[in-house]
Design a protein around this ligand. Structure first.
Ligand SMILES: [Fe+2]
Ligand SMILES: [Fe+2]
Length: 194
C-alpha cells in the first residue's frame, strides 16, 4: 500500500497504514542501533545508544499491544523515509575517520531518527484519540514520550561535550589526536586503563 493510493480511503485506513509504517521503522531502527553502539567511542554516547536499543524493543512490544487492541495482526509496511535516514547515517559514518567527528555525526544521525519518530508518534497518537482508541493513544503517547526524552538526552550530550570535542580536533596535532582516541576507546570499553 503506497501513500495517497486508492487503498487508503478513510482516516481509519490512514491510521492503520501509519501504524504499520512505524512498526516497520522501529524494526529497522532496532537493527541499526547495535552498529551505532559499536561505532560510538564516547562511553556516555555508547551507553545512551544501548539504553535506546532496549527502549526500542519495549516500543515494538507496545506497538504489538496496539495492534492487538485494534484486533489486527502486527504487520509492517515498507517505509522509505526511515530507510533513507538510516542509509544516509550509514554513508556518513563510513566516510568519517576521526573518532570525535564520528561521534558528532552519530548523534546528528540519531537525532534525525528521533525527530522522524516524534512526528510519526505525535500524529498517530492524535489520530488514535480522534478515532476513539484512547487505550491505543496511551501506548503511542508512551513511545512518543521516550523518543522526546532520547532526543533531549542526545542534544545534551552533543552540546555539553561531543560537538566541542569534534571542533577541538581542527587545531590538534595528529599524535595528540591518537592519544585522545585511545583514551576514549578504553573509557568506552569499560576496561580500566593500565
Ligand atoms: Fe522508537
Ligand atoms: Fe527512537
Amino acid at each position: 500500500m503506497g501513500w495517497f493510493t486508492a487503498d487508503i480511503k478513510t482516516v481509519d485506513d490512514l491510521f492503520m497504514h501509519s501504524l504499520q509504517d512505524i512498526y516497520y521503522a522501529e524494526h529497522q531502527i532496532q537493527k541499526a542501533l547495535p552498529d551505532m553502539v559499536a561505532k560510538a567511542s564516547d562511553a556516555e554516547l555508547k551507553k545512551g545508544f544501548s539504553a535506546h536499543l532496549k527502549q526500542t524493543k519495549g516500543q515494538i512490544k507496545r506497538l504489538q499491544q496496539a495492534f492487538k487492541k485494534l484486533k489486527e495482526k502486527p504487520k509492517g509496511t515498507k517505509c522509505p523515509a526511515i530507510d533513507g535516514i538510516l542509509d544516509e547515517a550509514n554513508d556518513i559514518a563510513s566516510e568519517v575517520d576521526d573518532k570525535m567527528v564520528l561521534n558528532a555525526a552519530l548523534i546528528a544521525a540519531a537525532q534525525a531518527v528521533e525527530h522522524y519518530e516524534i512526528t510519526r508518534y505525535g500524529t498517530l497518537a492524535a489520530w488514535a484519540t480522534l478515532l476513539g482508541h484512547s487505550d491505543v493513544a496511551r501506548l503511542l503517547n508512551a513511545n512518543l514520550k521516550e523518543e522526546k526524552a532520547t532526543d533531549k538526552k542526545l542534544n545534551g550530550i552533543a552540546k555539553r561535550k561531543i560537538n566541542k570535542k569534534a571542533l577541538a580536533r581542527r587545531k590538534m596535532r595528529p599524535d595528540r589526536v591518537e592519544r585522545m582516541e585511545n583514551a576514549a576507546l578504553v573509557a568506552a570499553s569499560g576496561i580500566p586503563a593500565i
